[in-house]
Design a protein around this ligand. Structure first.
Ligand code: GDP
Ligand code: IMO
Ligand code: MG
Length: 423
C-alpha cells in the first residue's frame, strides 16, 4: 500500500477507526492531519474495544509509528490521559508516537468557550462536542494560539497559556459565568506538557524521511466530508478541512506524494449534532437503525440521527476527495429489512438537483428522490467474502458503487476486526 489518505464521506462515524486498523496492517506510519478529540474512532479486536480520540488508530498495531500532524488541535490534558489509558492496557506509545511542533494546543479555556458559544446560540446551537475545537482553531487563525513547540519551552507555554486564559476570563466575566481557575489549570497543563515534551518534533521532516525510505504512510481522516468547514453544511460543521486536501496542509506532505484516497461510508447515513440531513428518518425505521447499529456517539454518547443512504451527497464527496476506492461499513445493520431506499436525487420546490446546495436553508428544503431496493432476510455478520453475501446485498452494493462513482474494496459486516473482507 503506497501513501493513502482515508476520509469519511458522510457526517463522521463511518467506521474510519476500524478501517484504519485494517489498513495499518500494511502501513509503516499512520498520521492524523486535522481535528482533535472531537473524534472518537472505535476499534474492536477480539474481546477488546478501544476508542481513540487524538491518537491515530494505527497505534494498536505495534509495528506502526504514529504522527499527530500540524493541522491538529491537541488537547494537552486529554492527550496525556489517552496515552496513560492505552499504556495501562499494554499498548506502548512512548517511542512510537510523535507530536508536530506546529500543531495547535487546546487548553481548558477553549472547552469553556465552546460551551459558552453553544449556550449563546440557544436553539440554533451547532451541537458541538464541547471539546474546545472551534475556539482553538479560532485562536490559530487569529494568530494567538499556542503550538506543539511550546510544550518543550515551559516559559513560552506559560506566557501563551496565561494570555489565552485571561482573554477567556474577560469573556466569561462579561457573560456572568464563573471564572476559570487559572492557577489550577496551569499546574495541570504544565505537568502534562512535561510528560508530552519528549514526543514533540518536526513531523514534516519525519514524514519526508519516511517517504524517502520508501515507507508507506496512511493519513487518518477524522470527522466526515459534510462536516468540512469549506464544503460541509456550514455553519453546522467542524472547524477544519476534513476532506483529503487537509492531509497535505495538515502534515506538510505535498499532493504529489499521495497515491490514493480511500473513502469510508456506512451502508446508510448517520449524523450527530444539529444541521440539515436530507435522508433522515424520524420514525420507526430510523429508530431501528439506531438500535441495531448502536448509533450512539463514541465521544459524547449522544444518539446519532439515522437515515437512508444518500447517493447524491456521497457522489459529491467522492469527487471532492478524489476517492477511488471505498469501504462500506455496517452492512449487517440492514439485515432483515424488507425494502431499502437509496436517495438518487434532490428536489427543491419541484426542481431537480444532483448536488448538495451551498446554503443550509436550501438543504433544509430538499425532498429526497428515492429508489427502492429489495432487502435481505439473511444475517451477514459471518460473511467472509463477497460470495457469502445474499444476492440482494450484493446488488445493493453494486448499485451504490454505480451511483457514487467509486469501487468497493472493503466490506465490513460487524464491529470486530475479523468481520471485514476485501473485494
Ligand atoms: P469513526 O469515528 O468513523 O471511527 O466511527 P465510530 O467508531 O465513531 O463509529 C462506528 C461504530 O460502528 C463503532 O461503534 C464501531 O465499532 C461500529 N462498527 C464499525 N464497523 C461496523 C460494522 O460493519 N458493523 C457494525 N454493526 N458495527 C460497526
Ligand atoms: P469522528 O472522527 C461525528 C460534529 C459534532 C457537531 C459538529 C461540530 O469520530 O467521525 P466540533 O466539536 O467539531 O466543533 O462539533 O461536528 N462532529 C462529529 N460528528 N463524528 C465526529 O468525529 C465528529 N467530530 C465533530 O457533533 O455536529
Ligand atoms: Mg466517531
Amino acid at each position: 500500500m503506497p501513501s493513502t489518505v482515508l476520509v469519511g464521506l458522510q457526517w463522521g462515524d463511518e467506521g474510519k477507526g476500524k478501517i484504519i486498523d485494517v489498513l495499518t496492517e500494511t502501513a509503516d506510519v499512520v498520521a492524523r492531519f486535522q481535528g482533535g478529540n472531537n473524534a472518537g474512532h472505535t476499534v474492536e479486536i477480539g474481546d477488546e474495544k478501544f476508542v481513540l480520540h487524538l491518537i491515530p488508530s494505527g497505534i494498536l498495531r505495534p509495528e506502526a509509528d504514529c504522527v499527530l500532524g500540524n493541522g491538529m488541535v491537541v488537547d494537552v490534558l486529554g492527550l496525556l490521559e489517552e496515552i496513560r489509558g492505552l499504556e495501562a492496557r499494554g499498548i506502548t506509545v512512548a517511542g512510537r508516537m510523535w507530536i508536530s511542533d506546529r500543531c495547535h494546543l487546546v487548553f481548558p479555556c477553549h472547552a469553556r468557550l465552546d460551551g459558552l458559544n453553544e449556550s449563546a446560540l440557544g436553539d440554533g446551537k451547532i451541537g458541538t462536542t464541547k471539546r474546545g475545537i472551534g475556539p482553538a482553531y479560532a485562536d490559530k487563525i487569529n494568530r494567538c494560539g499556542a503550538r506543539g513547540s511550546d510544550l518543550v519551552h515551559p516559559d513560552r507555554l506559560e506566557a501563551r497559556f496565561r494570555r489565552q486564559a485571561a482573554a477567556a476570563n474577560v469573556i466569561l466575566a462579561r457573560t456572568g459565568q464563573p471564572a476559570l481557575d487559572v492557577e489550577a489549570d496551569w499546574q495541570r497543563v504544565r505537568d502534562a506538557a512535561a510528560a508530552l515534551a519528549p514526543m514533540v518534533t518536526d513531523t514534516v521532516m519525519r514524514l519526508h524521511a519516511a517517504l524517502d525510505a520508501g515507507k508507506r504512510i496512511l493519513f487518518e481522516g477524522a470527522q466526515g466530508t459534510w462536516l468540512d468547514v469549506d464544503f460541509g453544511t456550514y455553519p453546522f460543521v467542524t472547524s477544519s478541512n476534513t476532506t483529503s486536501g487537509g492531509a497535505c496542509t495538515g502534515t506538510g506532505v505535498p499532493p504529489c506524494a499521495i497515491d490514493k484516497v480511500f473513502g469510508v461510508v456506512k451502508a446508510y447515513t448517520t449524523r450527530v449534532g444539529s444541521g440539515p440531513f436530507p435522508t433522515e428518518l424520524l420514525e420507526t425505521v430510523g429508530e431501528g437503525l439506531r438500535s441495531r447499529g448502536r448509533e450512539f456517539g463514541a465521544t459524547t454518547g449522544r444518539p446519532r440521527r439515522c437515515g437512508w443512504f444518500d447517493a447524491v451527497a456521497t457522489r459529491y464527496a467522492v469527487r471532492l476527495n478524489g476517492a477511488s476506492e471505498l469501504a462500506f461499513t455496517k452492512l449487517d445493520v440492514l439485515d432483515g429489512l424488507d425494502t431499502l431506499q437509496i436517495c438518487v436525487g434532490y428536489e427543491i420546490n419541484g426542481q431537480r438537483y444532483d448536488a448538495m446546495p451551498a446554503d443550509i436553508e436550501d438543504v433544509a428544503l430538499v425532498k429526497p428522490v428515492y429508489e427502492s431496493h429489495p432487502g435481505w432476510q439473511e444475517t451477514t455478520t459471518a460473511a467472509l467474502c463477497w460470495d457469502d453475501l445474499p444476492a440482494q446485498a450484493q446488488s445493493y452494493l453494486r448499485r451504490l458503487e454505480q451511483l457514487v462513482g467509486a469501487k468497493a474494496r472493503i466490506i465490513s459486516v460487524g464491529p470486530n476486526r475479523a468481520q471485514t473482507f476485501m473485494v
